[in-house]
Ligand binder design. Structure first.
Ligand SMILES: [Zn+2]
Length: 273
C-alpha cells in the first residue's frame, strides 16, 4: 500500500524538519534554505514541489544564474508596487537596550544601500517602535523583531508575495554576537534582498557543492551567477577566497539585477505630482 500525500508530508515534517522550526507569536514556522520561514501550508507546497522535482530528477538545473527573482504562476516577476513606501518599525521591547540601537543603525544602513542601487523607498516609522506590533493601530509594512531561535537562524525574512501576517524580519540574539562572521548590516542587506523579492544566489552549478539545493520553481534569472552576491549566504564561504562575501555587499551584478526589477534609484529623478 502506498502512503498518502498526507502521510508523506507528516514524515517530511517530522523527520526532515524535526528540529528545523521556530515558534513566533504562537505559530510554528519551518526553516528552509537557512533563513526562510514557511508556515505549515507553505511547507506543504514546498514539499510537493520538491518531490515533483526529485521525481523528475531535475532538482539542480545545470545552467548558472545570478540574482534570482521570483515569478508567479503567470510568469510575472514578483515585486512591490511602484511608488510604495516600504515602511518598517523595530519592536523595541524584543531587543535589549544595547541591541536596539544596533538594529536601528544596521537597518538604516542596509535600507539606504538598497535605495542607492534601485528604485525602492524604505521608511522607518520610529514612532511605532516603543509600543510594538500589538500596541498600535497603525501598521508598518513589516516589523523587525527579536526572536530567540536558539541560533537556528541569524535572521530571517519574507517575500513580497508572502501572506501579510508573515511580513516580518526576525533577528536572533546571535546577530549581536561578537563572533558573528557576517557584518550586521550585511545580514540585513541580505534579508532585505528577500523582502524585495530576491531568492538565494547559491543555487546552480557555479555554486560550491556544500551549498544546499533549492526549490527553483517560480524563480527568474536576472543576472549571471555571482559568487559574491549579497544573496549568496551561509554556504560556500570558502576560507581562502571571496573574503568579501562575509560583508554581504551589494555587488555590481546584484545592482544590475535589482535595476532590472525596480529601475534606477529614486534620487535619480526629480518627481512631480
Ligand atoms: Zn537568505
Amino acid at each position: 500500500m502506498t502512503r498518502s500525500a498526507d502521510e508523506l508530508f507528516q514524515h517530511f515534517k517530522e523527520v526532515q524538519y524535526a528540529d528545523r522550526w521556530v515558534k513566533i507569536d504562537g505559530e510554528r514556522h519551518y526553516i528552509v534554505e537557512a533563513d526562510l520561514l514557511l508556515s505549515e501550508d507553505q511547507l506543504w507546497d514546498y514539499a510537493v514541489e520538491r518531490a515533483a522535482l526529485e521525481a523528475a530528477d531535475t532538482a539542480i538545473p545545470t545552467d548558472e544564474q545570478g540574482l534570482v527573482g521570483i515569478r508567479n504562476i503567470n510568469n510575472q516577476i514578483v515585486r512591490w508596487r511602484p511608488g510604495k513606501a516600504l515602511t518598517y518599525a523595530i519592536a523595541k521591547s524584543s531587543f535589549t537596550p544595547t541591541q536596539y540601537p544596533l538594529v536601528v543603525k544596521a537597518m538604516e544602513q542596509a535600507t539606504g544601500d538598497w535605495e542607492a542601487v534601485c528604485g525602492v523607498d524604505f521608511e522607518h516609522l520610529a514612532h511605532l517602535d516603543a509600543t510594538g506590533p500589538s500596541g498600535n493601530d497603525e501598521s508598518p509594512l513589516f516589523w523587525v523583531q527579536g526572536v530567540d531561535t536558539a541560533g537556528k537562524v541569524i535572521a530571517a525574512a519574507f517575500f513580497p508575495n508572502d501572506p501579510v501576517h508573515k511580513r516580518r524580519v526576525i533577528v536572533d540574539p546571535v546577530f549581536f554576537s561578537p563572533g558573528l562572521r557576517f557584518s550586521r548590516e550585511g545580514v540585513l542587506r541580505h534579508e532585505l534582498g528577500h523582502v524585495l523579492g530576491f531568492r538565494h544566489e547559491h543555487i546552480r552549478s557555479g555554486a560550491p557543492p556544500d551549498c544546499p539545493s533549492e526549490n527553483l520553481t517560480y524563480t527568474f534569472e536576472l543576472t549571471p551567477y555571482d559568487p559574491s552576491s549579497v544573496m549568496h549566504y551561509l554556504c560556500g564561504q570558502k576560507k581562502n577566497e571571496a573574503v568579501g562575501i562575509v560583508t554581504l555587499e551589494i555587488t555590481d551584478v546584484d545592482r544590475a539585477g535589482a535595476l532590472a526589477v525596480y529601475g534606477p534609484p529614486n534620487k535619480t529623478f526629480d518627481f512631480y505630482d
